[in-house]
Write a protein that binds this ligand. Structure first.
Ligand code: FAD
Length: 473
C-alpha cells in the first residue's frame, strides 16, 4: 500500500469512527469513550496486562436501554463488535482492536429473592459482588475461584468452581437470562421462553447477543464452610498426585478436589520460611455442613507428610476470595487447558516433567476434579460439551516482566502439547489464552453441540453482527 493510499484509508476510517461515535453519543446515557477521551487508556485495559488492544469506541452501558442503543448503532455502522463483562478472559477478547466494545462492566445491579431461591445479577457483576449479596441470606450459586472474575463470560462459557460437583457448573444454575439480540429486541431466554437460545447460552453463549442479566438458582451454604488446604513437599509430588487421584475418584459430590503444582507466594498468611518454595497444593471445599466434612476432608490431608496444613473452617466469602492477591490485575497471563478422562501415570509424569521448567513462581498447573452434578446434567440439556470428562487440567502461566512473554507463553504451549496425546481433545473456552481463537477449533470447544449452536446463532444473528465475538474466546 502506498503512503497516499494508507492516508486515504486512515482518513476514511477516522470518518467512520466519528460517525459511530456521534451516533452512540446521541443515543446512550452511559459514557462513550473514544481514542481522545481522558479515560480511554484505563477503559481499554482488561485484567490481563499482556493485552494492549485499541478499540475505536467503548460504549459503557448503564442500562439495558443503552445496550439496545449500542446494538442499534452497531447495526447501522457495522463495526467489529466485542462484548465486555468482567474483562477477565485471558485472551482479551472483550476488547476488540479498532472496533466497538459494548461494555457492561458498570452494570452492577444484584437482587436476591430468598423465597424463590434465586438471584438476579446484571452482567458487570463479579463473583465477589454476587457472593456478598447471596451470603446475606446464607445462599450461594456456584462461581469461580477468584472473586474479581466476571459472572458474564464465566457463565456463558460453562463456569467451573469449588462447588460444581455438588451444584453443577454456573451455567447449569441459570433459570433465565435477559439478552439483547442482533435485531435490538430485548428477550428473556429460559426453559420455557426462547428455549433454543437458553440451551445455547449455557456453554455456547459467546456471539448470541448481549446478555444484560442472569437469573441463578441459589443453594443454602455458609456463612462458614470446611476446607482442605494442604501443602505437600515438592519432592513427594509424584506420590502425592497418585494418592490424590484415588481420593478424587472416590470423593462425594460435596467435594471437588483440586491439585496444583505451585510456588508458595509471599503471603503473610502463609509460613514465611516457605515463601517461594515449590509445593503441591491439595485443596477442596465441602459443600455442606462443616460438621459433616471431617472424614471426607481428612482423606486429602493424609496423602503424605504435609509441609503445612491450613485446613479448617472459614467464611465462604473468605475462601472464594483467598486467591485474589495471587492473580493481580495488570499482571501478564496466558492460559490453556485440557480435559482428561483418566489421570494416568503418564499424565502425572508428563505434568511433572513440564513443571520442572516452570518459567516463574506465579505460574501454576491445576487439576480439577469434574463429575458429580457436572456429569449428571444431560449432554443435550445445554451447549456445554464436556460433561463426560473426569478432570480439567489448566496450565496458567503468570509473570510480570514483558521480557518473559515468549518464554512463559512458550512453556504453557509446550506443556499443553505434551499432555495432548492423553486428553479428550476438548477445549474449555473460558481457559483460552491470547491467539487461541476458537474459529479453527470450534469442534473442540463445542463438540456435538456445534451444529445446533450454529443454527441458533444464524437464527438470532443472521447478518453476523456478533460473529467476531463468536469466533474469539
Ligand atoms: C484470575 C482468573 C480466575 C479464573 N477462574 C476461573 C474458574 O475458577 N473457573 C472457570 O470456569 N473459569 C475461570 N476463569 C476464566 C473465566 O471464566 C473467563 O475468563 C471468563 O470469560 C470471565 O468472564 P468475564 O465476564 O470476566 O470475561 P470478559 O473478558 O468480559 O468476557 C469474555 C467473553 O465473554 C463474552 N461475554 C462477556 N460478557 C458478555 C455479555 N454480557 N453478553 C454476551 N457475551 C459476553 C464475550 O464474548 C467476551 O469476549 C478465570 C479467569 C481468571 C482471569
Amino acid at each position: 500500500m502506498t503512503t497516499t493510499q494508507a492516508r486515504a484509508r486512515s482518513s476514511a476510517g477516522t470518518e467512520r469512527e466519528a460517525r459511530l461515535l456521534a451516533a452512540l453519543r446521541d443515543r446512550m446515557r452511559g459514557e462513550v469513550i473514544d481514542r481522545d477521551h481522558p479515560n480511554y487508556h484505563a477503559a481499554r485495559q482488561v485484567w490481563n496486562g499482556l493485552i494492549d488492544h485499541h478499540p475505536a469506541v467503548i460504549a459503557r452501558c448503564q442500562c439495558t436501554a443503552d445496550v439496545v442503543a449500542a446494538v442499534g448503532v452497531a447495526n447501522e455502522h457495522r463495526p467489529t463488535v466485542s462484548i465486555r463483562g468482567g474483562g477477565h478472559q485471558v485472551a482479551g477478547s472483550s476488547v476488540v482492536e479498532d472496533g466497538l466494545v459494548i461494555d457492561l462492566s458498570h452494570m452492577k445491579g444484584v437482587r436476591v429473592d430468598p423465597v424463590a431461591g434465586s438471584a438476579w445479577a446484571q452482567s458487570g457483576v463479579t463473583w465477589g459482588e454476587l457472593d456478598r449479596e447471596t451470603q446475606l441470606f446464607g445462599l450461594v450459586t456456584p462461581g469461580g475461584e477468584v472473586s474479581t472474575t466476571g459472572i458474564a463470560g464465566f457463565t456463558l462459557g460453562g463456569g467451573m468452581g469449588l462447588t460444581m460437583r455438588a451444584y453443577g457448573l454456573a451455567c447449569d444454575n441459570l433459570r433465565s437470562i435477559q439478552i439483547v439480540t442482533a435485531d435490538g429486541v430485548v428477550r428473556t431466554a429460559s426453559r420455557s421462553e426462547n428455549p433454543e437460545l437458553f440451551w445455547a447460552a449455557r456453554g455456547g453463549g459467546r456471539g448470541l447477543g448481549v446478555v444484560t442479566g442472569f437469573e441463578f438458582d441459589l443453594h443454602p451454604l455458609g456463612p462458614d464452610v470446611a476446607v482442605a488446604q494442604v501443602l505437600y513437599p515438592y519432592k513427594d509430588a509424584a506420590a502425592v498426585a497418585r494418592a490424590w487421584r484415588e481420593v478424587a475418584a472416590a470423593a462425594p459430590d460435596q467435594l471437588a478436589p483440586e491439585l496444583a503444582l505451585w510456588s508458595i507466594p509471599a503471603d503473610p498468611g502463609l509460613p514465611a520460611e516457605l515463601h517461594g518454595e515449590k509445593v503441591v497444593l491439595v485443596a477442596g471445599l465441602y459443600a455442606g455442613p462443616p460438621d459433616d466434612a471431617r472424614t471426607v476432608l481428612s482423606s486429602l490431608r493424609e496423602l503424605g507428610t504435609p509441609l503445612a496444613d491450613l485446613s479448617g473452617t472459614a467464611p465462604y466469602l473468605a475462601v472464594q476470595s483467598e486467591l485474589d492477591a495471587m492473580f493481580p490485575a495488570g499482571g501478564r497471563y496466558y492460559m490453556k487447558s485440557h480435559f482428561l478422562d483418566v489421570l494416568s501415570d503418564e499424565v502425572i509424569d508428563a505434568l511433572l516433567v513440564a513443571d520442572a521448567d516452570r518459567p516463574t513462581p506465579e505460574t501454576l498447573t491445576v487439576v480439577r476434579t469434574l463429575g458429580g452434578a457436572v456429569a449428571r446434567a444431560g449432554a443435550d440439556e445445554s451447549a456445554y460439551a464436556h460433561r463426560s470428562a473426569s478432570y480439567n487440567v489448566s496450565i496458567d502461566a503468570g509473570w510480570t516482566d514483558p521480557a518473559l512473554d515468549e518464554q512463559a507463553i512458550g512453556w504453557a504451549r509446550a506443556t499443553w502439547d505434551a499432555l495432548r496425546p492423553h486428553a479428550t481433545g476438548g477445549v474449555y473456552v473460558n481457559f483460552s489464552g491470547l491467539d487461541d481463537g476458537v474459529d479453527d477449533t470450534r469442534d473442540a470447544v463445542y463438540g456435538t453441540s456445534r451444529q445446533r449452536l450454529e443454527q441458533v446463532r444464524r437464527a438470532y444473528d443472521p447478518d453476523g453482527l456478533f460473529e467476531a465475538a463468536a469466533q474469539r474466546s
